[in-house]
Design a protein. Structure first.
Lengths: 396, 324
């Protein structure tokens, strides 16, 4: 019986892959430790060994860009330009690693914190802020980037991801020349308790859907620690659904990239879903409305800052002579330019037009919407002499 | 013209859809080999295969949630929820996700999912098998809700639901599944999202839908014996509601009774009464009167005859309307 990992490489098994029929947690896959030292893994190292220096620098670059973007968005919120912001700091490796592992035809269903994945899918990060500025509940065309809209109802998107993967299977059934592709369903440790995650894994397993469940376990569901969600690492649940599970150091971009590549190939080739649990930490607040000092200790945050995903890769790149001061200096400038672009683009966003909302409630004509829009237009027109009721601010 | 039951008409409508649209497929619990608990999908798996008629895991949120994903990929899922009372595990997916995907994508995406739900009481069944939850969905913008009351509409409206680019909840009047009627498979029925006058009259209008349309027609016949000419409108669509058709009728008759099995409080009847009182104030001879279920969870089967609107309840409402 060929195990999944042997099928992947034909080499010795990785200690990190928890087989579908295994009991107990697999070891956590780590290819780059906190000190910037590489570690070998029979299954996953080859994915990294095949990468050129530019790709490795690219991982660092993307992580640095999204961290700078995140700081700018937080500042915009503090300055009153955004209603809310959802910081990603600390989770850059989990996102850049997994997003970079996706092929162009693959499709990602994010939560609302996957800013790093958005970068890897080619989005203009300024588009992410439309949601948080209140000018759109979407902000981009998912068909252009294969990066779905953010979903705020926790775990709802995991079912959409499985359905989308089943749709890929249906495409292949209708047209054998259709391009195989896989889907990544992002969710967090908090959402893992939602019933939709369970149902999505049941469906994915039943239909061998080409989907990778990518859980960023950042240890906190707002103020509730992971221990309240689960007594064991979430990867243990994979076996119950009959799918392989991999627990990975989520702050190690190399390991995340490698395990996601492996999982996507597994899914794409028709062998069914995979669960990845990326162990990471939300260094910042849940959102800009949150106050972590009320529920967790500085010591815990400090211990995770020592595992910073950027610092360890910088150490590695410098030690190996793959990047030097010039690279990091230029990157700092590029990151500042990205932040400036995001700020400019955000401040240039217009308001929102309620007429556009009337126009998009339904895809086809709808008499009630038409009637209410007509009423609204008449109502607005009745203020024509005095300006719109909103612009006159209630002054009589 | 062929005579068939409503269940068979839906079955034939689904068959036509599966034949005409290769991206359409059925999914739900027990719909394959069994043909559904009401046999509405009987024979379709044998004809089209398990890939087009999918037995799913027993999980309503999973059914609707994965249907959304497949629709986003360009497919046309037709989901079956086994009973009205079992739709609520999917309520979140229907109201927060399915209903909103078009608008939250600023019109770029659509999820044309059809959800078939057998609904209503009168079958002597156990708890959760006799409910009429349509108002809960009608309150959610982004959804369309239709319900046939006869075989011809059943055959055509299910096909029109699948053809619609918006999500459609297709409520099937389960106690009328075995009601036979003529089906014209050559000439499409009128637009599924419009109402139809099914009996002309001059003195009062009864607006009903789904399982209560035959009751309304019987009440109108009984009223005729007392010398009252009662018009009956089959609303057919619960969202949108064809207020123009109701207005046109009430403007002529001056009296309106709205009937549904669902509780009157917060229901479709109240919405119609309010709109028609605004539109037809000077034509009304009496306030619009609602006939419906009481403000209680659907009662036990041996008490349901006192809960469900019947001919006498409609006649009582008409009598009240005529006293003004």
């Amino acid at each position: 019986m060929g195990s999944a990992q042997q099928a992947a490489t034909g080499t010795r098994p990785s200690a990190g892959v928890l087989q579908a029929n295994a009991v107990g947690a697999g070891d956590m896959v780590q290819l780059l430790d906190e000190g910037g030292m590489r570690h070998a893994d029979g299954v996953f190292s080859p994915y990294i060994d095949a990468l050129d220096a530019g790709t490795l620098r690219g991982f660092y670059r993307d992580m640095a860009l999204v961290r700078r973007f995140d700081a700018e968005a937080t500042a915009l919120q503090r300055q009153g330009e955004l209603a809310l912001w959802v910081p990603v700091v600390g989770q850059e490796a989990a996102q850049i690693g997994s997003g970079s592992a996706m092929a162009t035809a693959d499709y990602a269903f994010p939560t609302y914190r996957e800013h790093g994945v958005a970068l890897t899918r080619g989005l203009d990060l300024a588009d992410l802020l439309k949601l948080f500025r209140g000018v759109s509940n979407g902000g981009w065309d998912p068909r252009e980037s294969n990066f779905h809209l953010y979903t705020l109802v926790l775990a709802a998107q995991t079912l959409h991801a499985v359905g989308y993967a089943m749709g890929i299977q249906r495409d292949l059934a209708l047209d054998s020349a259709a391009e195989p592709a896989a889907v990544v369903a992002y969710f967090g440790d908090g959402a893992s308790s939602e019933g939709d995650v369970h149902e999505s894994m049941v469906f994915a397993a039943s239909y061998s859907a080409p989907v990778v469940f990518f859980c960023q376990n950042n240890n906190w569901a707002i103020s509730v620690p992971f221990e309240v969600q689960s007594k064991l690492p979430l990867v243990n649940r994979a076996g119950g659904y009959g799918m392989p599970g991999i627990r990975v150091d989520g702050n190690d971009v190399l390991a995340v990239y490698a395990v996601t590549r492996w999982a996507l190939e597994h899914a794409r080739s028709g062998r069914g879903p995979v669960l990845i649990e990326a162990s990471t930490y939300r260094i910042g607040a849940h959102t800009t409305a949150d106050d972590p000092t009320k529920y967790r200790l500085n010591e815990e945050e400090d211990s995770w800052k020592a595992k910073d995903p950027l610092e360890r890769l910088e150490r590695y790149l410098r030690a190996e002579g793959l990047a030097g001061d010039d690279f990091f200096e230029q990157l700092g400038n590029d990151a500042d330019e990205l932040a400036a672009h995001v700020r400019r683009a955000t401040l240039a966003l217009g308001g929102a037009d309620i007429r556009q909302k009337f126009a998009t409630v339904y895809a086809e004509a709808h008499p009630l919407v038409a009637e209410e829009l007509a009423w609204f237009e008449n109502y607005e027109a009745s203020f024509a002499d005095a300006g719109s009721p909103t612009s006159q601010g209630g002054a009589a | 013209m062929t005579t068939m039951t409503i269940a068979k008409a839906i079955n034939e409508g689904l068959r036509a859809t599966l034949e005409n649209d290769p991206r359409s497929f059925l999914m739900g619990e027990d719909i394959g080999s069994l043909g559904g608990v009401y046999r509405v999908t009987e024979g379709l798996k044998a004809e089209f295969g398990a890939h087009r008629v999918m037995d799913t895991p027993l999980a309503e949120s999973g059914i609707v949630g994965t249907a959304i994903g497949m629709a986003l990929r360009g497919h046309r899922p037709i989901c079956e929820i086994q009973f009205d009372g079992f739709v609520f595990p999917a309520f979140n997916q229907i109201t927060t996700q399915l209903a909103k995907i078009h608008t939250r994508s600023d019109g770029q995406l659509s999820a044309p999912v059809v959800i078939r739900i057998p609904y209503g009481g009168g079958i002597g069944s156990i708890e959760h098998h006799s409910e009429s939850p349509e108002a809960l969905f009608a309150h959610t913008a982004g959804l369309r809700i239709i319900t046939p009351s006869n075989a011809n509409d059943a055959y055509w409206m299910i096909q029109q639901a699948v053809a619609c680019k918006d999500p459609v909840i297709f409520f099937e009047p389960k106690r009328r599944y075995w009601l036979k009627g003529e089906v014209d498979t050559e000439h499409p029925a009128q637009d599924a999202f419009t109402a139809q006058v099914v009996r002309g009259g001059t003195d009062a209008t009864i607006a009903a839908y789904g399982p209560l349309v035959p009751v309304a027609l019987a009440a109108a016949n009984a009223a005729a014996e007392d010398g009252h000419s009662v018009e009956v409108i089959d609303l057919r669509s619960i969202s949108p509601i064809d207020f123009d058709a109701v207005e046109e009728s009430v403007t002529r008759t001056g009296r309106l009774v709205v009937a549904h099995e669902a509780p009157t409080f917060g229901g479709i009847g109240g919405e119609i009464a309010a709109r028609i009182s605004e539109r037809c104030f000077y034509s009304l001879e009496a306030p619009a009167i609602r006939v419906g279920g009481f403000h209680m969870p659907y009662p036990v089967a041996r008490a349901e005859e006192h809960y469900l609107p019947d001919i006498d309840r409609m006649l009582e409402a008409l009598d009240r309307a005529f006293t003004y």
